[in-house]
Design a protein around this ligand. Structure first.
Ligand code: COA
Ligand code: MG
Length: 295
């Protein structure tokens, strides 16, 4: 699957936001049926999201965040949204591999009822508790449908009893642990939301930190955040030029094994990283996440 840098949450009860969401430019949309929707609006939200999926044509990949594995509303969510326009489900508050396995089983049944190819609906698991984080490697390996782990920082902070959190500290540990768990199963790692949607500089700093930790994308709450995230996840001109020099030098003398480029040692892993950077650059395609099917 193509790497998805921006995953825009769209509240499932907000018709106006849903209507314009495919044109906002994000790589993925997450229509929310969980915490963004007031209980009284839930039935209507399921209808709205179902209709939006039926009308889906090109553009971003459509995901829906359903209720958690132990929530009674989950069955109704699945019934409403498993249909051809759906790319995948975002599972909140995943704490153990069985949470994913349970959805996987219900999905297979629902897919056959909805005329969707069996196994085609993808899953992204949100890690948003201490228990979930400790189980993250096992969760990441729990279903072939999984394409990503996502970090839910707000619920994580509640679970740990944090009044507030900043860059660094416990969140840095949790984010790093999630990235490594995702990578161990060749999944994408998708970072937390940045709540101050009118602060592009703060968002750019947090996204840069996420990129350096190894995240491949970020969850977003507002369309104004898309451009910043795409810019930061794109290799810089300097990185692309340096990668070109590395690849050219290596291709000119592969028998050397190691060599010096720009005063730095180059060997096979350095070349592999340079090739990956070039694949991420414009006109050269985007990096494959190795997360399943190629499209
Ligand atoms: N998805 C799609 N469109 C959105 C959007 C979103 N998440 N957030 C804002 N927009 C649209 C608005 O509808 C508006 O569209 P218009 O100019 O065509 O009328 C435009 O973007 C500007 O919106 P703005 O007025 O700046 O924001 P707001 O006050 O309407 O909404 C929030 C602010 C935070 C309430 C809103 O962004 C939101 O609900 N975000 C998602 C929250 C969520 O899903 N949380 C759960 C996961 S953490
Ligand atoms: Mg949450």
């Amino acid at each position: 699957m193509q790497t998805l840098r921006s995953w825009l949450f769209v509240p499932g009860h907000r018709q106006k936001m849903i209507d314009k969401s495919p044109g906002r430019g994000s790589d993925a949309l997450i229509y929310d049926l969980e915490d963004a929707v007031p209980p009284d609006e839930m039935d209507a939200a399921r209808m709205k999201v179902g209709a939006a999926l039926d009308a889906a044509e090109g553009g971003p990949q459509r995901f829906v965040r359903i209720h958690g594995a132990r929530h009674p509303a989950r069955g109704a969510d699945l019934q409403a949204v498993v249909r051809p326009g759906l790319r995948g489900l975002v599972l909140p508050k995943v704490e153990r591999p069985e949470d994913v396995a349970a959805v996987d089983r219900s999905l297979t049944k629902q897919e056959s009822e909805a005329g969707v190819p069996p196994g085609s609906v993808r899953l992204a698991a949100m890690i948003e508790s201490a228990a979930g984080l400790l189980q993250a490697p096992a969760i990441a390996a729990s279903s072939p449908r999984l394409v990503a782990l996502m970090f839910g920082a707000e619920d994580f902070a509640v679970d740990l009893g944090l009044f507030s959190f900043r860059e660094g500290g416990l969140m840095a540990y949790a984010r790093s642990a999630l990235v490594v768990a995702a990578a161990s199963a060749r999944l994408e790692a998708v970072d937390k939301v940045y709540l101050d949607f009118r602060d592009p500089d703060g968002l750019a700093r947090e996204t840069q930190a996420a990129r350096e930790l190894g995240f491949s994308g970020k969850t977003l709450i507002h369309p104004a955040q898309i451009e910043t995230v795409h810019r930061v996840f794109h290799p810089t001109d300097e990185e692309v030029e340096s990668a070109h020099r590395v690849v050219e030098a290596f291709e000119a003398a592969p028998e050397e094994g190691t060599m010096a480029v720009d005063g730095r040692m180059v060997d096979l892993p350095v070349v592999k990283r340079a090739q990956w950077i070039l694949r991420s650059a414009p006109g050269e395609g985007r990096p494959g996440g190795g997360t399943g099917d190629e499209e």
